[in-house]
Structures are given as C-alpha cells and as structure tokens.
Design a protein around this ligand. Structure first.
Ligand code: EPZ
Length: 445
C-alpha cells in the first residue's frame, strides 16, 4: 500500500477541471437495473467506488462497457442472473444498499447484505427499509441481510406514500428508483433535495418515468410498467470542487475551477467569501451533450467556472453548521476545518448530519492545530502554524482534509491509508501537482 506525501508551502495557482460526481454516478449506475436496454452515462469519474459498484452490478449480470471518451460507461441489464448482494462487496461501500429498491422492483425479490458500521457514524438503513415497505414490499432482516420480496398476491410494487422523518439522500434515491417501476402513484414526503438526487430523478425522467416536484422535498412519481434506455451526463462533483477551492484558499493561492455547477455550492462559496477569499462565479447556459459516445443528445446542467483568489489579506474565522442541501454540506466540513486552522480567530464547526464525523480532528491536532470538540461542535483557534507529521484518516473527506492541511504545513506530511482518497478523488495528486503542489506517492512501510 502507498502513502501520500505532501510538501507544504507552495501557493497553488492555475486551472483545474472538476470530474463527474461520484455520489451522482453511483445511483445513476444502479438505475440501469431497472431496464432491459443500455443506459449510457457520461462524465463518470475514475475512482475506486465506481469500480466497486461495477463489480457488484456485474454480479447481477449487468454487462458494462467502458468507452474511452469522457468517462463514458454503457450498462446493459437486459437479463439479470442474481438479486443477491454479498457482504464482501457491500461492506466496501455503503452505497451498495441502493440496489435493494431497483432489484426488488425488477425481480420481485432482493437480498442485500447490511453494510455494517462506518467511520462517520452508525448509518442505519431503516429509512431504506421503511420506504420499500410503504411501496408494498415485505422486508425481513436476518443473518446480516436485508431480504425484501413482493407479497405473493402481487407482481409489482404498489404506489404508496413514503414519509421520511428526516431527509436521507440514499433512502430518497432508493425510494425513487423503486417507485419508478411500481404500479400506481407514489409520494415521497421530506425527500432529500441534494443535486445528486435531482440528477437521478432527471435521468429517470429521460428513461420514461413520470416524476414531478424534482428538486423539492415532495416528489410525486407515476410508476411505469417499463422504462427505456437513455444517455445521461453526470453532474460535476461539488465536493471535489469545494475541496480544490479550499486548496486554493489554504495555500493563499489563485485557482480557477472549470466544469463545475456554481449553483450547487452557493452556501459553501458564501462561507469562503466571509473567510476573505475572493470568489468569482461564471455560469454558462446548458449545452447539448452526449452525441459522441451514445448517439443520443442530452441537455446538461448549467455549468460554469469558479475563480478563487486568496492572495489578499489574512483569512478570517467563520462559523459553519452542516445541514441538508442547500445548506453547508457535511462532505466539505473536514476540509473547511483544515482551512479554519489557518484563519485568524475562533471558529465553531457544528456537524448536524453524522454523529461521528470529527475523525480528522485528532490528526489535525497532530499537525499542530488547536481544536476542541464538545458534542457536535468543534472549536478551532487560528491561525496556528502547522508542522508536518505522519497522519492517517478513516474516511474519504477526513483524509483529504489532511492533504489540505499538509499543503499549509511546514515540511513533508505523510498521509497513510490513502485508499480512502482513491475512493472519491480522481487523479488527486496529478491535479494538485498541475496547480504547483509538491505531492507524491511512496510505498508505505
Ligand atoms: C450520502 O450518504 C452520501 N453518499 C454521503 O457522502 C453524504 O455524506 C450523505 O449523503 C449526506 O449528504 C452517497 O451519496 C453515496 P443520508 P447517505 O442517508 O445517503 C441517517 C462521501 O463522503 N440515516 O443522507 O448514506 C444517517 O445516519 C459520502 O462522499 C438513518 O438514520 O446519507 C445520517 O445521519 C459520505 N437511517 C442521515 O440520515 C437511514 O436509513 C443522512 O444520511 C438512512 C440514513
């Protein structure tokens, strides 16, 4: 296994292209299970979570072809050979639970291993189960598996009312996928509104699903007996974009992010501005895309560029609280905390989505940060000079926050367990190097 070495001190400058969103691509790939025709996805990022899902879908009989151009994948689920998702793959990636709804809707039964614990919190699947029960499924949990089937009197899921106690991205996606093939109308109340949920709904509509309320917390779905193949371009990764924005800010650099959706990052960018980073956003009108690889044209989300300039004056402390979209994303909390170690004053960072998403704190402290955690709030005293040290993290965003801190530290920081980074960041060190950072991999002893 390798470790990532980061030499601190360089001020980043230049342009970086943002990849397709991992968290949008995963549910979109799962949507291929609903249809007997190919689903062509463009702008799929080259990250290891995508490979894990390819292996899982392959096990159900989905044929997957990778085109050279533009991260395009063609997924063909014309005949499914299994509806069983084994622990070995599911434990590697919690998003595997998303196959439960579509497999059940298509095959009438599905067995998916419980994903188990996770570094950022207990992350139960009760809302996924409740949603499928509301659509008429019989669900049992035994032997470490969620086993869902249709009652013997039915050949399809039934439309129903799904009421979430709080918004869940994954459970909303599972419910949307299942309801699209159910008989009759379904309503999802208190649905998650994240751009990744919207992207899935937009793709389902192209596949022939009737969905209204997209982007709001109430979704209405008229179930279809069968859906068709289509082509769809995955939205840009707002978390990758936010991570490079912090890289620019923490190194007091000047960086331009291309192929992003600035609208998806409004609150985050507002917080960067308050921290004394100059942010300039340019949006472009939606374009027709997708003809090259699929022969089908799709209209993309409005895309644009974000220019960040952190070269003027000191960074200022800002308080943030993570919350469901459109508020500050939990997936950028660790990165923002790294930034706040370099800001003047005291900042309060409150995590309201996951109960244990401060695993980066102890590691940032090893680099010299002054952070105290009380309950769901971390108080950061800045600005503190950081000193390189060997560190490691237990999840994707925590790991990247250590890379960011390493960019601002004096000396060579070594980040271990970098397989977490490979799960969600396409060519991280290549992109950072192109911006002037000194970053390299070495075998871990
Ligand atoms: C998605 O996870 C993302 N993953 C996460 O990104 C992201 O942090 C999270 O949404 C919140 O935005 C993917 O899209 C693949 P949730 P998900 O269900 O769907 C609780 C990253 O770094 N909950 O919206 O699993 C849950 O414990 C990852 O890329 C239940 O209680 O998140 C949490 O407290 C990490 N029961 C809250 O809801 C359930 O059945 C929100 O989680 C489901 C969730």
């Amino acid at each position: 296994m390798d470790k990532l070495c980061v030499r601190g001190g360089a001020s980043l400058s230049g342009t970086v292209e943002i990849a397709g969103a991992k968290n949008a691509a995963l549910p979109l790939m799962v949507a291929s299970l609903l249809i007997e025709e190919p689903l062509v996805l463009e702008n799929v990022p080259a990250v290891s979570d995508i490979e894990t899902l390819k292996a899982l879908l392959g096990g159900f009989g989905v044929e997957i072809q990778q085109a050279d151009a533009d991260g395009a994948l063609s997924l063909n689920a014309c005949a499914l050979s299994s509806a069983h998702a084994d622990y070995d793959l599911v434990r590697r990636m919690r998003a595997s639970i998303l196959v439960l709804g579509p497999l059940l809707a298509r095959e009438g039964y599905a067995e998916v291993s419980l994903p188990g614990g996770c570094a950022i919190g207990s992350r139960p699947v009760n809302m996924h189960v409740e949603a499928l029960e509301a659509l008429g499924a019989e669900v049992a949990i035994d032997g470490g598996y969620v086993r869902a089937r249709l009652p013997s009197s039915r050949s399809r899921l039934a439309g129903g009312q799904v009421v979430f106690a709080s918004p869940s991205v994954g459970a909303t996606e599972n419910a949307l996928l299942a309801a699209s093939l159910a008989k009759g109308e379904s309503k999802i109340i208190n649905a998650a509104c994240e751009p990744e949920v919207v992207d899935l709904a937009n793709c389902l509509v192209k596949m022939g699903a009737e969905i209204s309320g997209i982007g709001t917390s109430t979704l209405l779905i008229q179930g279809s007996e069968c859906l068709q193949g289509t082509a769809h371009r995955v939205i840009p990764d707002r978390v990758e974009a936010g991570t490079y924005a912090v890289a620019a800010a923490i190194t007091r650099g000047r960086v331009r992010l291309e192929k992003v959706c600035p609208d998806h990052l409004e609150v985050f960018l507002g917080m960067l501005e308050r921290a004394n980073v100059v942010v300039q956003v340019e949006s472009q009108a939606p374009q027709m895309q997708g003809a090259e690889t699929s022969g089908l044209q799709t209209k993309s989300e409005p895309q644009g560029t974000i220019a960040l300039d952190a070269t003027g004056g000191a960074l200022c402390a800002v308080d943030i609280t993570t919350a469901p979209y459109p508020m500050f994303p939990t997936d950028l909390q660790a990165q923002f905390m790294a930034l706040m170690t370099q800001a003047q004053g005291e900042s309060h960072i409150t995590e309201s989505i996951f109960e244990n998403r401060f695993m980066h704190v102890q590691e940032l402290i090893r680099l010299g940060a002054k952070i105290e955690v009380r309950g769901a709030t971390a108080t950061v005293q800045g600005a503190t000079p950081l000193q390189a040290a060997p560190v490691m993290a237990t999840d994707l965003r925590a790991s990247v926050s250590l890379v960011l801190a390493g960019l601002a530290a004096e000396g060579d920081t070594e980040i271990r367990r970098i397989y977490h980074l490979d799960r969600g960041y396409q060519n991280l060190e290549g992109k950072l190097r192109a911006l002037g950072a000194e970053v390299w991999r070495e075998p871990q002893d």
